[in-house]
Design a protein around this ligand. Structure first.
Ligand code: 13P
Length: 372
């Protein structure tokens, strides 16, 4: 193997290793986010689109030309390739770039701020926000490019209603930028938005379908909860797994009748574009009322968290993670008093694109690989 080929292979392996580490600590979730490494002035390597980090192999990492985004390899490069290329163009010192959907930075990016003024330990920090544009568009790459040019010494920026872009000379530096930004953004949420929330999923009463029968994870699941599970399976024949999410943020949102309009684009994709917490559990006819709707993967129970729905356990867990983040963003926005909601039109487009195309990529690649 020539020296060049060996170096490329090592770089691809390194990208995979970093992506897995970030996945394990929760800075990357599901197939969201992407990672790239500069090879030279003309080329960079980037993760492929829509593939789970645990399934990545070096042959899947794509080689992309910075000037025209042309790509070498059998796999389609990340849908945010243009964003990475724009960053390599305006930041000659950039050697490694990480795009994450990390929780606290993403929530800060939904508040409609141009910059987040915050701190990390005893250092003042400013995190610039690139204006919102739909993911996967040239407009987003342009917005990122302009923001990086304007704030030429910022090691990381937030893409509004979306996630973070962290730049380093090498992977270690880029990972540090991501970690530091997350702590600094959490400080902003705590101090300015009075939103001090742990993130994660706390499971309550879960269930799944086995040969058409409902199997509850907890033997003595209360009947009032079983009734909700039965209603969900009856009205959503596509659902096979239900995770009862009782995280701090989800339970807090479930305490007040509210309408959650998407503040983050992965919420619009995975949870839905209009999610309601009903004011009480009694419908007009006196029966229990839950807002169960096609293509809405969270059903709130008043004061008791929400049921997150999926075809597989992983789908339901991903919905739980994204709902938790969406609830933190929702609470922070209420307490901040200002935010930037995504338009209904954009949400519908993103939701359709996700359901019909993007969400299918991971399994499609997996089946192709198994056939080989
Ligand atoms: P890719 O899977 O195409 O890299 O996209 C994930 C993402 O985070 C888009 O913003």
């Amino acid at each position: 193997m020539s020296e060049n080929v060996t170096e490329l292979l090592e770089a691809k392996k390194h990208i995979i290793q970093v992506s897995r580490e970030l996945h394990e600590v929760g800075l990357l979730v599901r197939t969201w986010g992407n990672i790239s490494q500069r090879i030279d002035d003309e080329l960079f390597l980037i993760t492929p689109t829509g593939i789970r980090y645990e399934d990545l192999t070096p042959d899947m990492i794509c080689e992309v030309k910075i000037s025209d985004l042309s790509c070498n390899g059998d796999y389609a490069p990340s849908s945010e390739t243009a964003v990475h290329a724009a960053a390599y163009k305006v930041r000659p010192d950039a050697g490694f770039i990480i795009h994450t959907h990390q929780v606290y930075a993403s929530c800060c990016g939904a508040l409609g701020e141009k910059k987040i003024y915050t701190y990390f330990e005893d250092e003042d920090i400013v995190v610039p926000c690139a204006p919102f544009a739909l993911p996967w568009t040239d407009k987003l790459a342009k917005n990122v490019e302009e923001t990086l040019k304007k704030y030429s010494d910022a090691p990381g920026i937030i893409m509004a209603n979306h996630g973070a872009l962290c730049i380093g000379q090498d992977s270690k530096e880029a990972v540090y930028v991501a970690e530091k930004m997350e702590i600094a953004c959490n400080n902003f949420l705590i101090d300015v938005c009075k939103t001090d929330m742990h993130h994660g999923v706390e499971e309550g009463f879960n269930s799944h379908l086995e040969n058409g029968h409902i199997v509850y994870d907890i033997h003595d699941t209360p009947n009032r909860v079983k009734d909700i599970h039965k209603e969900i399976y009856a009205r959503r024949p596509d659902v096979r797994y239900i995770i009862h999410n009782k995280s701090e943020a989800v339970v807090t949102v479930s305490r007040t009748a509210t309408h959650m309009r998407p503040l983050l684009y992965d919420f619009a994709q995975l949870i839905g574009y209009s999610v309601k917490v009903p004011s009480n559990e009694h419908g007009k006819d006196g029966s229990n009322y839950h807002n169960i709707k096609k293509n809405v993967n969270a059903v709130f129970a008043l004061d008791d968290g929400a049921y997150c729905l999926g075809v597989t356990y992983d789908d339901a867990m991903d919905a739980s993670i994204v709902l938790d983040k969406g609830c933190i963003a929702h609470l922070a926005a209420l307490r901040h008093g200002e935010c930037h909601y995504l338009s209904l039109f954009d949400c519908i487009r993103m939701n359709r694109l996700y359901r019909k195309k993007y969400s299918k990529l991971a399994d499609m690649y997996k089946h192709d690989k198994e056939k080989q």
